[in-house]
Every structure is written in C-alpha cells, then in structure tokens.
Design a binder for this molecule. Structure first.
Ligand code: SAM
Length: 292
C-alpha cells in the first residue's frame, strides 16, 4: 500500500513540477496505482517481438513500463503541453517515439512505415480517454491495412461490459457485435475509480481484444453493420419492427418468411441474436433485394 501512495505522490509532484493541470477536455485521468499499470502490461502480453502503439501516454507512466518489455513503443498524444514533458520523462528510453496527434487522424499505414514498426506484430495498449472511447475503438477495428494483434484498453466499466457481453444480456448491442466480428474480447480486470487522479465518477475495467485466428471478412460488411445498427436503434421495439423500419412496411410478409426459414420467433428482440444469425439474416435480406 505504501508503494501505491508513493506513486500517487510522484504523479502529483510531476504535475506540479511541470505546471500541469489535468485537462477534462482530453479525458485526462492519470493512473496512480503501479500494480494496475503492471497488470495492464501483463494482460497485453507485450514481448520483445512486439511493437506497441500507446494511445494517450499522459505523463508516460504506462509508456515506460511498456518500453521495458516491447521492441518499440510509439506513443500518440494529442495534448501539445504533454509532448515536451514526455520527451523529458522518457528521455532514457531509446525505443520510445512520441507522436503529437489526435489518434483519430493517424494514417496507420504511413505511421507504421515512418517509425519502422513491424506490421505483423503491433499491439495497441491504452488507458483510453473516456470521452471518445467508442470512436477510437471503431477507428482501430475498421482499419483496412492493419489488423492489430491485440488491443488492450482501460475503459469505463459500463463500456467494458458492453464490449464483452453475451446474447440476451442488457449490455449486448451493436458495439458488442462489432467487436465480436473482428476480435475475441475478454473483460480481464475491474479497476476502482480511486486509482485515478483526478478521480472519475465511475469505475473502470481493462478489456483485452485479441486477433481472431480464423477471421474471414463477411462478403458484405457494410450491409451487416447497417442491419446491426438499425436493429439496435430502438431497443424497445422487437427485431421485426426494427427491420420493417429499415426495409419498409410492405415487406413485413417477406420478413416473416425469412424469420420462419431461420427458425426465429417473430417477437424476438435483437439482443437475442448471435453474430452468426445476424450474418445469415443479412444474407437473406440481400437475396430478396431488401438491402443493397
Ligand atoms: N496513459 C496515461 C495514464 O494511464 O495515466 C494517461 C491516460 S488519460 C485517461 C488519456 C490520455 O489520452 C491523456 O494523456 C490525453 O491527453 C490523451 N488523449 C485524449 N484524447 C486523445 C486523442 N484524440 N488522441 C490521442 N491522445 C488523446
């Protein structure tokens, strides 16, 4: 417990030393528990073969720990004020590069080449800024050029539950399915809000996403994502009514036939359907020209 207090003190002193105030607009809640930082590195499974892209290094606490295990670390930070701090706090590490950028604007193909990262061994690790967790996850998952080996992220506990939920649960939704489509997901560690500075209102959790060894692109991803999005648009409505919304009232009979063929109840809600069933449903809708 003493060490943990020391680490909180170190963070406070560093902020004071560099005259920094954590910025709410950038979701700056620094992790001040060294055990949790070590846990994140363990969960990520980073080894000397891996290049890591860290999103939002802050003052570099997690970055330094990652650099001790990884081949290279590229830390992408949006806050200009933190860039010069990081170049001082991480000065002793020859395998860390710092890039000042909004992660959502990063062209991974270009950055991977520029920093000499190994495209087949890239792991993403981050204590994510909560205000843009979902856009960042979607941006990472939908990259066409690079399929990250793993994505280990600290997110709000509620988001972690949505990311890793199973069919039939209240948290199960379009985010769950999108993640499941690309990667295997596991909620590994719950983290109390008292381990952050400043303290957020909610607890957090670490989710580990790993590359699917058998990943095959669905023949029409765009339509699959559209069906999933629409079917969870009005959670109170059942699946049939959401699909009527999507395809038009006149198609209700055709939709009921598809339900019949798929052996699914006409009153079923979207949260009961597995990813596989959503794929079959999309294929069936396309066959009868209800989707383009
Ligand atoms: N890694 C540090 C830690 O664990 O203590 C800081 C984590 S803090 C929750 C989120 C970090 O992401 C901050 O450093 C913040 O400035 C940075 N950040 C926020 N939005 C960003 C964006 N769009 N692109 C890159 N970094 C961002």
């Amino acid at each position: 417990m003493k060490e943990i207090t020391n680490f909180a003190d170190i963070t406070k002193q560093m902020l004071l030393h560099y005259g920094l105030n954590p910025k709410k607009k950038f979701g700056q809640n620094f992790l001040i528990n060294e055990d949790i930082l070590d846990n994140i590195v363990d969960i990520s499974g980073v080894s000397s073969e891996d290049d890591v892209i860290e999103i939002g290094p802050g003052i570099g606490a997690l970055t330094a720990k990652l650099a001790k295990r990884a081949h290279k670390v590229l830390a992408v930070e949006i806050d200009h004020e933190l860039i010069s701090v990081l170049s001082q706090t991480l000065a002793n590490y020859t395998n860390i590069s710092i890039l000042e950028s909004d992660i959502l604007k990063v062209d991974f193909d270009e950055v991977i080449k520029r920093f000499g990262l190994n495209i087949d061994h890239i792991k993403i690790v981050a204590n994510l800024p909560y205000y843009i967790t979902t856009p960042i996850l979607l941006f990472l998952l939908k990259q066409k050029e690079v399929h990250f080996e793993s994505i280990t992220v600290m997110v709000q506990k509620e988001v972690a539950e949505r990311m890793t939920s199973a069919p039939g649960n209240k948290d199960y939704g379009s985010l769950t399915l999108l993640i499941q489509y690309y990667m295997n997901a596991e909620l590994v560690l719950k983290v109390d809000k008292t381990y952050f500075m400043p303290q957020p209102k909610v607890d957090s959790a670490v989710v580990n996403l790993t590359k699917k060894s058998n990943f095959v692109r669905f023949n029409n991803e765009r339509s699959l994502f559209k069906v999933i999005r629409e079917c969870f648009n009005h959670r109170r409505k059942n699946l049939l009514n959401n699909l009527v919304n999507l395809t038009g009232k006149k198609n209700k009979t055709v939709l009921l036939q598809i339900f019949d063929e798929m052996n699914i109840d006409k009153n079923i809600r979207a949260e009961k359907l597995t990813l596989k069933q959503f794929m079959i449903l999309t294929d069936n809708l396309m066959k009868v020209n209800l989707l383009s």
